[in-house]
Design a binder for this molecule. Structure first.
Ligand code: 3HC
Length: 634
């Protein structure tokens, strides 16, 4: 079988160039690793070549290891072997980095003697988000390069380090205008001769005691995530352990964590997030509409938050409220939030000025006339909302997308108030403070395919994770949370203390939230029928979520079980390392979950009637998604 050629090579003077070309993201799968290794060996054998450069795609140096291989096992040459080959080679290697330089891609770059970056370079270790630590030298080499506290911060937060900061930290030697300029510089360096500069030969700068505060911060935010504990151990080890020994520990730990439930769950979330962006029944040639201007109607805190979100995304936006006093309150509130963000270091002066310039306020609904997308925010009253939509229908330009932001009103009825129901869609921004990354996109019966495609494409521009859902009261998230909240209250009425419920769920990584805590505080406790264990509390809360989720799947409100997981991880603080409620149920075993639910039905009555989808999945030995398809086929 021929190996697909995922690289290109070129000789530029004394420089041998290896172009990594594994679109879309240069994941370091088996074929690419083999090709890099072979080309590197060939250049090393060429007496005219003095140095070798690895060059990625313009936007992707490399997104790291191929995550799909984690479940199937990797074939040699492993990434660690390619890295060892580069480090042991008789000639220096340079990494020329444009765009994403993540995970194993970052480690490949750290194996090189010199890193040159283009201005769009982004360095990150996202492994923690996959329930793991960097596994090809990252925990040992990054501290040697940037110091322990800075390395730990980069590893446990998975944050991106942009080119300018990377240069300041010493992650790259230079930032050049583009990859071609970097190639020219590398060519000149190769001609002049390059001194070997292996990171592994360095000691971690500073003293290990500097790690105490950084470790405390990291562990404090870990909420039970195993990988964070291991990352702290690894970075500490870099101070006083020889590189080879540290790397051997890192490798073993990577393999151990990769096999853990937490890592499996986080890999599930990674692919679930990407799947959620895809709409299976949209015709392939559906083109999104262009969105260059937005309007938000309703200047309460939700409306103001949404308008700020558009402004942050670079879209000019007008925030409209016919109540002049409300507009003035919104103006003051927005100014205060922006000032807080600037004072807290969350935004710099020029960025803030640009955002301010993009946001206008108006008391005239006509100000929405030129917008490509108009979001009606704030009203949970059907008559009032229909009036707003009917007015927008008259005012807005043809092709404008009319959006309702809410989770309770029937979107089909709202669409009926217009002459263009195909242009009506829902965008449920969860909180007015704009901090929640989830966006439930609500498709009504007559929403046009290109309107769905436009809003699904708009969401990432707004820094939101979209999940397409159907019309029902509460949509997916709030409807499930209601079932969860009812169960919490029942538990309290049966004698559990709010603190006990809180502790049982916090032990699992779920924060029940102030609203539920307040609701618990008002409930009347009775003597418990039997002592309620933490395990029972947890199961009852979680299985209510899962049973309700199964009903939402049956009703077609949620498209996939994994979409529900994305909603809970991104919108409701469900820990990523649990993979979301539906993944957790499948990991525990659907038959066990069903047995519990039947037991609670006998004990506690009809609110525990099992969802037919769950029963069918167990009867046929299928996953929830497969059970949905099997029904569709039947
Ligand atoms: N492995 C396998 N597939 C990957 C991948 C990876 N590392 N990174 C991205 N992909 C796939 C996605 O699944 C998607 O596939 P699809 O089109 O079939 O759904 C496609 O590439 C495009 O990805 P996105 O839709 O996410 O594209 P974006 O442009 O929005 O984002 C990205 C690109 C920022 C690179 C983002 O994909 C990302 O963060 N990827 C994960 C990177 C990561 O976690 N790297 C670490 C891997 S673990 C590792 O390296 C271990 C090492 O320490 C040994």
């Amino acid at each position: 079988m021929s190996v697909p050629r995922q690289i290109g090579t070129e000789t530029r003077g004394a420089l041998g160039v290896i172009y990594l070309r594994n679109a879309p993201v240069n994941a370091l799968g088996h074929a690419l690793r083999t090709a890099i290794s072979d080309a590197h060996t060939a250049f090393c054998a060429d007496p005219d070549i003095k140095a070798i450069a690895l060059v990625g795609l313009p936007k992707f140096f490399s997104a790291g290891a191929d995550i799909r291989e984690f479940a199937t096992g990797r074939k040699p040459p492993l990434l660690t072997e390619v890295i060892a080959q580069i480090e042991a080679a008789p000639k220096p290697t340079l990494a020329l980095i444009g765009g994403v330089c993540f995970g194993g891609g970052f480690e490949l770059a750290l194996a090189c003697d010199i890193r040159l970056a283009a201005p769009n370079a982004r360095f990150s270790f996202p492994e923690i988000r996959l329930g793991n630590i960097p596994g090809a030298g990252g925990t040992q080499k990054l501290p040697r390069l940037v110091g322990g506290p800075a390395a730990l911060d980069i590893i446990v937060t998975a944050r991106e380090v942009r080119a300018e900061e990377a240069a300041a930290l010493g992650l790259c030697a230079e930032v050049l205008p583009d990859l071609e300029a970097a190639l020219l510089r590398a060519e000149a360096m190769a001609a002049a001769g390059i001194e070997r500069q292996p990171i592994g030969a360095r000691a971690v700068p500073g003293d290990i005691s500097e790690m105490d505060a950084a470790a405390e911060t990291a562990l404090g935010a870990a909420r039970g995530a195993l990988a964070v504990t291991r990352a702290v151990e690894g970075v500490r080890m870099a101070y006083d352990t020889p590189l080879e020994q540290g790397q051997a520990w890192e490798r073993e730990t990577f393999i151990e964590l990769n096999a853990s439930d937490q890592s499996r769950a986080q890999r599930h979330v990674f692919f679930a997030e990407r799947e959620a962006r895809k709409v299976p029944d949209l015709p392939r040639d559906t083109a999104p509409r262009e969105i260059t201007r937005a309007a938000v109607v309703g200047a309460d805190s939700a409306g103001a938050g949404i308008a700020m979100c558009f402004a942050r995304a670079g879209l000019p936006v007008v925030l409209i409220d016919t109540d002049a006093a409300q507009i003035e309150r919104a103006r003051a509130r927005i100014a205060e939030l922006w000032d807080q963000a600037r004072d807290g270091g969350g935004i710099d002066g020029p960025t803030l000025a640009a955002q301010r310039a993009r946001l206008e306020l108006s008391t005239e609904l006509h100000a929405a006339a030129s917008a490509d997308v108009v979001v009606a925010a704030g009203s949970e009253d059907m008559t009032q909302t229909q009036e707003i939509f009917s007015a927008l229908d008259r005012i807005c330009k043809p092709g404008a997308i009319l959006v309702n932001n809410g989770a309770t009103l029937d979107l089909d009825s709202i669409a009926q108030a217009t002459t263009r129901p195909g242009d009506v869609i829902g965008m449920h921004f969860l909180h007015s403070d704009d901090a929640v990354p989830l966006l439930e996109v609500v498709r009504a019966a007559r929403t046009a395919p290109e309107v769905v495609a436009t809003v699904m494409a708009l969401a990432p521009r707004l820094d939101k994770q979209p999940v397409l859902v159907g019309v029902c009261d509460g949509l997916v998230g709030n409807r499930m949370v209601r079932a969860f909240g009812r169960e919490v209250q029942m538990l309290v009425e049966e004698g559990a203390t709010p603190d006990q419920v809180d502790a049982a769920l916090a032990g699992f990584g779920v924060d029940i939230g102030q609203q539920l805590r307040d609701a618990c505080a008002g409930a009347q406790g009775q003597p418990p029928r039997a002592p309620l264990t933490e395990d029972e509390i947890r199961r009852r809360c979680l299985w209510q979520l899962v049973n309700t989720g199964c009903r939402l799947l049956e009703e077609g409100i949620a498209l996939r079980a994994s979409d529900i997981d994305v909603i809970f991880v991104h919108g409701y603080g469900f820990p990523r390392f649990r993979g979301g409620p539906m993944h957790h149920a499948e990991a525990v075993g659907l038959s066990k979950v069903l047995a519990d639910i039947r037991h609670y039905q006998e004990m506690l009555g009809p609110r525990w009637a099992p969802a037919p989808l769950l029963e069918r999945a167990v009867r046929e030995g299928l996953s929830l998604d497969a059970a949905m398809t099997s029904e569709a086929v039947a």
